[in-house]
Design a protein around this ligand. Structure first.
Ligand SMILES: C[S@@+](CC[C@H](N)C(=O)[O-])C[C@H]1O[C@@H](n2cnc3c(N)ncnc32)[C@H](O)[C@@H]1O
Length: 272
């Protein structure tokens, strides 16, 4: 998900993510208060909207990919009912990419926040040794000014400066603990720490720092980890995070990726 200027360019298109393991806390400030009180956040309205949107998505998904376990997807989606870091098509696509990975696949995610996308990936994996390395500073540290401000607002509401415990609680609640390994680190430092895994990873998902420079650096750092024939996917392609879009375009033109695997919402996936 460099030194970007603060502002709209690097902000990803999303609202206030909140994982199931979080307590609902009062937001600070008048606008935040009105936002939290919005009709769509009322529990009954939220549940009806969830049932409608998820049901609609699943009807199509079950037709398109009848071979996948969509009941498991639904179980994870229910857990993250209050999280809006991604749409159903995006969550479903991550689940599909993970389901299509080989048995005991090794996955790296850069930018995990509270673990919603990570859990959709973990849920699709198969085999006792399948694993997702979840790389994140878990402190919302980002060179992307608008992102950092958004994370800071969340940390103030949480009364904490880390999402690591929430990430762990979400994994435990879904029974996925054995499938994840949080790597508490800056992305590029993690790429150095995990250097021994270069060329061994089946699937990399990048959703960390959304500035142009950082996305470019992430592509350079993480593509060497993907096995030949493996997949690398990015969130926020074509979103308001136009630095991400530009970096991916440039790398595509430069022939960094072998082919496009698919697009869903703002996720784009390539084969290496
Ligand atoms: C948009 S959130 C990830 C959302 C998550 N993928 C999901 O869909 O639920 C981006 C995350 O990237 C992390 N991050 C940003 N820049 C980073 C960097 N340079 N190194 C490690 N993590 C970073 C932030 O801490 C934040 O948790």
């Amino acid at each position: 998900m460099g030194a970007a200027a603060a502002g709209r360019q690097c902000r990803s298109a999303r609202g206030g993510g909140r994982a199931a393991a979080q307590k609902k806390l009062p937001a600070g400030g008048g606008r935040a208060f009105l936002g939290a009180m919005a009709f769509k956040h009322w529990p009954l309205v939220r549940d009806v909207r969830f049932a409608q949107k998820c049901g609609r998505y699943l009807r199509g998904a079950r037709k398109r990919r009848p071979d996948l376990n969509w009941d498991e997807f639904l179980r994870i989606a229910r857990h993250f009912k209050q999280d809006d870091m991604g749409s159903f098509p995006e969550r479903g696509y991550l689940y599909q990419l993970a389901s299509d990975a080989p048995v005991d696949a090794q996955v790296i995610e850069v930018g995990s926040w509270m673990g919603a996308s990570t859990c959709f990936i973990a849920g699709g994996l198969k085999g006792p040794d399948a694993k997702v390395y979840a790389v994140d500073n878990f402190q919302g540290l980002s060179t992307c000014g608008e992102d950092a401000a958004w994370y800071n607002r969340h940390f103030r509401q949480l009364g904490s400066n880390s999402t690591l415990e929430i990430f762990r609680a979400n994994f435990a609640a879904l029974g996925f603990t054995g499938r994840s390994e949080p790597v508490v680190s800056d992305s590029l430092a993690a790429a150095e720490k995990l250097a021994a895994k270069r060329g061994t990873i089946d699937f990399v998902f990048i959703d960390g720092d959304h500035s142009y420079e950082a996305c470019q650096a992430d592509i350079a750092a993480w593509t060497p980890f993907v096995k030949r024939g493996g997949v690398i996917a990015f969130h926020d392609f074509g979103s308001r995070a136009d630095g991400v879009t530009r970096a991916i375009f440039e790398e595509t033109k430069a022939g960094r990726f072998a082919e496009i695997v698919g697009v869903a919402g703002t996720i784009i996936a390539f084969r290496m």
